[in-house]
Structures are given as C-alpha cells and as structure tokens.
Design a protein around this ligand. Structure first.
Ligand SMILES: [Zn+2]
Length: 502
C-alpha cells in the first residue's frame, strides 16, 4: 500500500511543471502592469502566487488522468504559449473577441502573427516542455492518495474563493481567460433583439446625427458644469454647446448601461430579456447607420452594435484591461463628413474615454494636472493623484469633442452631436473608486449636445425645447426616444414625452 506522504519525484515534477507554466504562460498577465511602488509589487506578487497555486490545483487533478494528460497537456501548453507571446509583447486582451478571430480564421491576424521571435518563443517553450517531460517518464507523479491531491483541491477552491471576492481577478488572466473566452464565444447573449413592427419612415432628409458614446465620465468633473478645475476649456469657447448636468442611470457599468442606451428599454426595466435596437428602427426608416468603436464589443451589446449598416472596431484586441490601448483620437481617422448624399445618417463613436487605467487614455499634451498616478494598484495611491489622472482624461475628451466639432462645421448637412457617457465614476466618495459600485457619482454621467447653425435654423422650436430642459433631471431613457424624434420617424410607436426635443 502507498504511504500517505509527498514523494520527492512528485514534488520535483509539479514544481518544475509549474515553473514552466509560470514562465511561459501565467507571468505574461503581469509584466505590463504599471506597479510604481513596493506595495503594488507586493500585492500583485501575492496575486500571482495565488493564481499559480490555483493553476497547480487544476493541473494536478488533470495529471491524475495519466494517458489523457500525456497527449493533451502538450497541446494545451502550446495553445496557451502561442497566446501568451502576444500578451507579453503587446499586452493584447484574450477573451471572446480573440477566440472569435481565431475560430473564424481572420487572415489579417494570421499574417500579422508570424514573426521570427514568435516562432523562436514557441520552439523554445516546446523544447523545454519536451525535455522536462522526458526526464519524468515514470508514472509515479500524481496520486489521489497523496497529500498533494488535497493541496491541489485547496488550489482549485482558491480559484473560486478569489473569483468570489473579486470577479475576473483570475478569469481575465492567463491561462483561465482562454477557457472563459471560449465559453463566452459559444454562449448565447441574454438579450433577444426584436424585429420592427410596421414600416417606419423618416420625414426628414439631409440630417446628420453623431452620437459619441463616452466611458466613465461623471458630469461634475466638467468645468462646463461648474467644476472648479478648467477641464473643458475648448468646449467652453464653442457656441451651440449645451451641457446636461443631471442625467441619471442606475446602471453603472458598460455591460449593462450600453444595451439600455441603445435600445427601447427603460432603466426601470430590470433584467430585460427582449428589446428593439435603435439602429434597426433607423435602418428601416432609411438612415445610414455606422458604428466606429475604440472598445472591443462585449457580449451584452455586441448584437445591438451589429444592427448598424457598418461596424469598425479599431484596436479590437486591446480591451479596457490593456495598457497598450489605442487612444480615442484614432476614432477621428475613421470618421468623415459626407456632403454628397442627402441620406439621413447616424454615426456612433464609442470611446474608451475615462476608463481606468486613466494614464493610458491621454497623451503627454494633456498631462496638465500633476502629479499623476504611477501604479495600477489603487490601494497604494494618493487620492489626489488619481483625481489628477482622471481630470487629464477629461481634458483629452474636451480636445476630442472640439476636434470633432471643427470637422462637423465643414458639413453642409443639418448636424447634431450628442455626447453621453455610459455611466459616471467614483473618485473616493465613501472610499469607493472606479465604477460598478453603488454611489451617486457613478450614476450621473456627463452629457453634452452640439448643433450646427443650419440645424438650429431648421428646427428652432426643437432647439428651444432642448435648451429649456438643460437643467432637468432626466434618465438615460431619453436617448432612444429623442433620436427617433429628431429623426422624424413616422409609423413607429415611441414615447415622444421622453424626447428632449419635444
Ligand atoms: Zn462603462
């Protein structure tokens, strides 16, 4: 009978295997984080150790199925290593979008992928694994009767405990993000999009609507709304700009706020299952609909976005979690005014905006409020530094919208720009930071409107209505109904009383 004790062979094998996994896979999720100070290094070191411990748990249990393990482990290892290279070198985000690109075999990525360094990395990792496994040929490595099995189970439990403590802490990192990317890719979205009843049409023409969907911008950090710092110097000098400072949404993170804004659903509709996309109605009424995004699409609103005639996602393999993400000014490269057709048009630009990690959202020109943060770990930062970083993102937004307005002024169409952030942000109120938490500051998103002179001349009454509602308390429900109202949509029932132009 086997004795209940750890065998040397077993320890050596699993220790060695975990070092290989750590070097070639898991550590990639940690190398691009800005640490900045010792406390952050320490916290992320503990994070890494716990993650690796849970990986050990899963691998140990897997290794109990000896013959399957022998064949399958090298395959899985190769798949993970082939992805970790891009996380190491380019900080890409592995998730549903990446898995989709691989499964649906995008040629452009396949061409981009191959480089000498990449092939070298793959070969090196496979050689290491090959020689390692050859050294441990005998089948005495893992056993259900070993104390290591109990430790492995604790490792697996650690995974669930940590995920329960902070959602995504492990799931979003290698190697787990590959698995969950697959799961998300194959899972069905919760929201079902309904078809349009009737045959809507528009009584307008030559209308150009620009919708800028912002990210994590709270109303009270705009100097337009009375913020003590001058965060919106350029917009303050633009005429025809209105700021709505009392917009409300209880939906404080992107995955739940965006589907509400883009459909006929109300903020009061908890857990809605069915909805109508705004773009479907506009398409049916002859609008040209275009989406330009600087955020990878999440499952909850991906289908809604794809009801646009055309969808361009820039930098789609870098999510909000990446530190090497493209900045929002890139969106303007994809945007052009088109004076040729008289077709009505709506262009949506989805920003990465002011999403944490703030320093990644602006370039050096906007480093105005200093000192800024130097670490991603909020617990090791000074409140004032975080707020400085955040306010610099608002300066960047000011510049972005001002650039866009300058461009729109060249259009001969009746043009209106609506900017609405998907939710606000917490900046230390009651000790809360970032968003997805219950606090009023994350429920008050910034909202701005700009309109061309031609637009104002064409719709003086609508503009007067809009101005009169500037200081009203309104919920994000206004959006769907206001756009249909301004679009002159007929033969489709919507709630005109929720329109800001009525
Ligand atoms: Zn958001």
């Amino acid at each position: 009978m086997e004795k209940f004790r750890l065998k040397k062979q077993e320890i050596k094998f699993h220790l060695g295997l975990n070092i290989l996994i750590a070097l070639f896979i898991t550590m990639a999720s940690y190398v691009n984080i800005p640490y900045g100070n010792l406390k952050a290094y320490f916290v992320y070191f503990v994070h890494f150790i716990l993650l690796q411990f849970s990986v050990f748990g899963f691998v140990y249990v897997f290794s109990l199925f000896k013959s399957v393990f022998k064949v399958l482990f090298p395959v899985l290892f190769l798949i993970l290593v082939s992805m970790s290279f891009w996380v190491y070198t380019q900080d890409i985000t592995i998730g549903e979008g990446m898995i989709q690109a691989i499964i649906e075999a995008n040629i452009d990525i396949a061409i981009d992928v191959f480089s000498v360094q990449y092939v070298f990395y793959l070969v090196l990792s496979m050689l290491c694994l090959f020689f390692f496994l050859r050294k441990f040929k005998e089948d005495k490595k893992s056993s259900i009767k070993s104390p290591a099995f109990i430790i492995a189970i604790i490792g697996i439990i650690t995974f669930f405990l940590v995920e329960n403590y902070k959602l995504g802490a492990f799931k979003r990192r290698l190697p787990f993000n590959v698995y969950f990317g697959f799961v998300n890719y194959f899972s069905k979205p919760k929201l079902k999009l309904n078809k349009i009843g009737g045959s809507p049409f528009s009584e307008e023409k030559d209308l150009n609507v620009i919708f800028v969907l912002g990210e994590s911008v709270r109303a009270d950090h705009l100097s337009l709304n009375g913020y003590i710092r001058n965060t919106t110097p350029l917009l303050s000098n633009q005429k025809n700009v209105l700021s709505f400072n009392k917009v409300y949404t209880p939906l404080t993170y992107t995955a739940i706020s965006v589907p509400q804004i883009l459909t006929n659903k109300s903020i009061l509709d908890n857990n809605y299952k069915e909805a109508v996309s705004l773009y479907s109605v506009l398409n049916a009424a002859g609008f040209c609909t275009k989406w330009i995004g600087n955020q990878s699409l999440e499952k909850s609103y991906k289908e809604i976005v794809h009801t646009n005639d055309s969808v361009s996602i820039i930098d789609r393999f870098h999510s909000v979690l990446s530190f090497k993400k493209e900045k929002d000014l890139k969106l303007l490269d994809y945007f052009s005014i088109n004076n040729i057709t008289s077709l009505n048009k709506i262009t949506t630009m989805h920003m990465i905006g002011s999403h944490w990690y703030y320093n990644n959202r602006f370039d050096e020109r906007f480093l105005n409020f200093t000192p800024v943060t130097n670490s991603k770990y909020v617990g090791s930062l000074k409140a004032s530094h975080i707020i400085n970083s955040y306010d610099n993102t608002i300066l960047y937004l000011d510049f972005f919208l001002n650039q866009l307005i300058s461009e729109l002024k060249k259009s001969t169409k009746k043009t209106i720009l609506i900017y609405l952030s998907d939710h606000g942000e917490n900046l230390g109120e009651e000790g809360k930071w970032l968003h997805a938490q219950e606090h009023s500051t994350s429920k008050n998103p910034a909202m701005l409107v700009w309109f061309s002179d031609k637009f104002r001349e064409s719709y003086p009454q609508k503009i007067n209505k809009l101005i009169s509602k500037k200081n009203d308390s309104i919920s994000t429900d206004f959006f769907f109904h206001s756009i249909l109202d301004i679009g002159g949509i007929q033969s489709y029932t919507f709630d005109k009383s929720k329109s800001l132009f009525n």
